[in-house]
Design a protein around this ligand. Structure first.
Ligand code: GTP
Length: 806
């Protein structure tokens, strides 16, 4: 459609431009000029752009006959019919006197008359000729012979005489061809309106006879067999007492064809379903069609006179449009897809065809843009693509899309040096369900399985159906094989839950094979094949389980699972212990507090430090129960010290899971109550990361803890995000300078700054990991309050107090 319309409009505008004999202009209902072709500009001496928006007198003024012409224009608006043609003496803006042979052509759009086109032919030279003849007083016969117009004399229905101009017009070899024949003999059987030529011609003769004259447009057939349009003025006259018809025939083929092209072009322009916009050669909008307004919401008021570039959507950049115009300059045409914006601001995909239109001098006179809204086409392309890439039953990505995603995920993983996992799933004994309950129930089950799988993975992962009861999942960017194992376990568990399908409660399990990039393969085929192999091992291993492709990974996962199991047992069987690190006052050497540190006395592996097991505990969701055990035990110990007459503050580290958990405040209160400990004897150590992870609830949790009366301190200060001035908003009374600063040398300035600022905020400062007397001396010098570490333990031993904390 776009290309057809493009072609027609281009021809229309070119036809108007290339009709040098007919000056064409158009006016709207306000009488303002809307169009003016090159011939019109040349004849009137007013440039096309200067004429736009002016009244029509700006082109030609008609002197005393102005009112008569205005009446004709009004008549054309009122009746919607062509005005009768006539000769008009006019004066151009430049003062030239001309004779124009003019007609007015109304142009309808959708039944509404929107413009009137004025078609003018310059007949000045002919008029001068006529006037000269008249002035010379020459008789009628001389005029007959010399006239540029074809003149025929008809008597009794038969042609009696034809002048030389008539012989030329009808391409007749001699007058004998005319004489004795009827005018109807030089007409086709039918006129374009459908009427039969002969009766129509007779009727017009009768009219001329009755009214004295009659003017009409007629289609003739010349002696060479060519049809042409003519305007006929038939006058009934008396010559030598005889009644005759004096018939003047003027060839108006050119005007007719211009009218026709104009009419057709206007129809195409207005009725096109594509939005069409015309600009002048400076790319300023001069016309838009109805579809343009319907599609974009912009009306003539918004568009006319504005540069085309104003209507860019903003999606494509300057370089893009520079390329477009470069191509138009080179080839007169560009087409392609762009983003367009409606008046409402909404973006839509459009197909834009831009064409340069050249005038008779081969200069670009206009540009035409055709904009097709391709939203629907895009949508259906999208739908087609979706169908091609998705499984019809579950709507999951199919094999095609899986391979595509896998190849993207692999290049990303290669680039980032990260790991990814491929999980190959096959339902166990699915055939039985099909065989016993039917295919349809099987289908429902597959759909439900698909939905459950989607719930087990993140957005970045891909779940696909390979066909049958097989699914393949890509886990992108995994931190380690534990992540893959965790997802596989979650999926196995989710698939095992009962399904309610119709009246049936169904159970199904799945066997899963896992392959890891890069260790189990470097390319798609190998990874999928290895995941399939691992799945086969899972089936062999009794189904309803998952297996890694590599034996070593399977071992590691088994080991980890048993370690996790062991942690749960440790809680139940009391295998955890607390060790205490003393915190000493630097000025007095007094023991003021002790930090509780967890240990696991493993039945086989011996005493384990927290680094060995807290990571697994965290992933297994055991941090809250373990943290609570530490809280209770620490409070109990602090109570014992008090009872022994050596009251000490006990410091307990909080994990992020505990801090985020809803029950923290209750748990702390319970631990204090259970041990009968004063809240002031318990100090909770937080890290900057914990406070950050707490989000909006942080301030509330900290206030709740302060209300309980426990002390709060900030561990590892200096390594995280916090600045001291932010901390003053929190009820934190103590800062621990991160051990890292003590360990490495050259951090004196940092330590000094932290101490000074903490003091200005009236916070207690403690240094961790103090190893040497030199470090202690430096801290004392700087006014640090407390210290901890090997140096503190040695001081405790020296004072014979080390037994206190066992
Ligand atoms: N309902 C349904 N069944 C399907 C579809 N495509 C394949 N199947 C059936 O799924 C079953 C797949 O069986 P298998 O995976 O070979 O074997 P299984 O019974 O699951 O046993 P194991 O895989 O060895 O545990 C076959 O019976 C297929 O006919 C489907 O689109 N809808």
């Amino acid at each position: 459609m776009a290309s057809e319309a493009l072609d027609l409009i281009a021809r229309l505008v070119a036809a108007l431009e290339l009709t040098p004999l007919v000056a064409v202009s158009s006016i709207d209902r306000e009488g303002r000029i809307r169009f003016c072709n090159t011939a019109c500009a040349e004849l009137s001496g007013v440039a096309g752009e200067a004429a736009l928006g002016q009244p029509m007198q700006a082109l030609f003024s008609r002197g005393e006959r102005e009112a008569e012409h205005d009446a004709l224009v009004e008549e054309a608006w009122r009746t919607g019919r062509h005005s009768p043609t006539g000769d008009w003496q006019v004066r151009t803006a430049g003062g030239r006197e001309l004779w124009l042979y003019s007609t007015l052509v109304p142009v309808f759009h959708e039944g509404t008359l929107t413009q009137i086109f004025c078609m003018d032919v310059d007949v000045t030279s002919r008029k001068r000729n006529e006037d000269a003849l008249a002035a010379a007083g020459t008789n009628f016969r001389q005029l007959f012979q010399k006239s540029d117009d074809a003149i025929l004399l008809v008597s009794g229905g038969l042609i009696e005489e034809a002048n030389p101009a008539a012989l030329r017009l009808f391409k007749c070899p001699g007058a004998a061809t005319f004489v004795g024949r009827r005018l109807a003999d030089f007409s086709p059987l039918q006129q374009p309106g459908g009427a039969l030529s002969e009766p129509a011609a007779r009727q017009l003769e009768e009219q001329a006879y009755a009214q004295g004259n009659c003017r009409y447009d007629w289609r003739y057939l010349d002696c060479a067999g060519n049809l042409f349009w003519a305007e006929v003025l038939m006058t009934s006259v008396t010559l030598d007492h005889e009644y005759l018809f004096y018939v003047v025939v003027r060839d108006i083929s050119e005007r007719k064809s211009a009218e026709r092209t104009l009419y057709l072009g206007a129809q195409v322009f207005e009725n096109s379903r594509d939005a069409i916009l015309l600009t002048d050669h400076q790319r300023h909008v001069i016309s838009i069609n109805r579809a343009y307004s319907a599609i974009t919401g912009f009306g003539s008021d918004d568009m006319l006179g504005k540069p085309l570039s104003v209507y860019r959507s903003g999606v494509e950049d300057e370089t893009f449009f520079r390329h477009v115009w470069d191509e138009i300059e080179a080839t007169d045409h560009w087409q392609g897809e762009i983003w367009s914006r409606r008046k409402s601001g909404e973006l839509f995909p459009a197909w834009l065809a831009l064409t340069a239109i050249r005038d008779s001098h081969d200069q670009v006179s206009n540009y035409m843009a055709i904009v097709s809204d391709i939203t629907e086409r895009k949508r259906s392309e999208e739908q087609t693509r979706h169908l091609a890439e998705h499984d019809f039953l579950t709507d999951l990505p199919n094999r095609v899309l899986l391979l595509d995603r896998l190849s993207l995920a692999l290049s990303a993983a290669r680039r980032k040096g990260s790991m990814l996992a491929i999980l190959f799933l096959d339902l166990d004994r699915f055939k039985q369900i099909n065989d016993t309950l039917g295919h349809q129930v099987g289908d429902q089950l597959l759909k439900e399985v698909a939905a459950r799988l989607l719930k087990c993975v993140r957005k970045v992962d891909t779940v696909s159906r390979q066909g049958g009861d097989e699914f393949v999942i890509i886990l992108a960017d995994i931190g380690g094989i534990d992540h893959a194992a965790h997802v596989a376990a979650t999926i196995r568990q989710a698939i095992c839950q009962p399904y309610g399908i119709g009246a049936h409660e169904l159970h199904v399990s799945t066997s899963i094979g896992v392959a890891i990039f890069p260790s189990d393969g470097d390319d798609i085929d190998t990874l999928v094949k290895n995941a399939d192999t691992a799945m086969y091992h899972a089936k062999q291993g009794g189904r309803n389980n998952f297996q890694f492709f590599s034996a070593e990974m399977n071992e590691r996962i088994v080991e980890r699972a048993s370690f996790e199991q062991g942690l749960r047992r440790a809680l139940a069987e009391g295998q955890f212990e607390l060790a205490f690190e003393p915190e000493l006052d630097i000025a007095t050497g007094a023991l003021v507090a002790a930090e509780a540190l967890i240990r696991w006395r493993h039945p086989e592996l011996g005493l384990l430090l927290p680094e060995r097991f807290l990571g697994v505990a965290e992933e297994a969701g055991l941090m809250v129960p373990i943290g609570n055990w530490v809280l209770r035990e620490a409070c109990r110990r602090a109570r014992r010290w008090m009872d022994a007459g050596t009251p000490l503050v006990v410091a307990v580290n909080l994990s992020p899971a505990q801090f985020i958990g809803r029950d923290l405040i209750d748990n702390v209160r319970d631990a204090l109550a259970e041990a009968g400990l004063e809240p002031g004897c318990l100090e909770l150590e937080l890290t900057e990361a914990i406070i950050m992870k707490g989000g909006n609830a942080t301030a509330g949790t900290l206030d709740g803890l302060r209300e309980l009366g426990v002390r709060l301190s900030l561990d590892d200060f200096g390594t995280g995000w916090s600045r001291l001035e932010q901390l003053k908003d929190y009820p934190i009374g103590k800062l621990k300078i991160a051990q890292a600063f003590m360990r490495g040398g050259g951090n004196e300035t940092v330590i000094r700054t932290i101490i000074a600022m903490a003091r200005s905020l009236r916070m207690t400062v403690i240094a961790e990991g103090v190893e040497t007397p030199g470090q202690l001396a430096f801290l004392r010098e700087e006014g640090c309050d407390l210290y901890q570490g090997r140096q503190a333990e040695a001081a405790l031993r020296e004072g014979g107090l080390d037994g206190l904390l066992r």
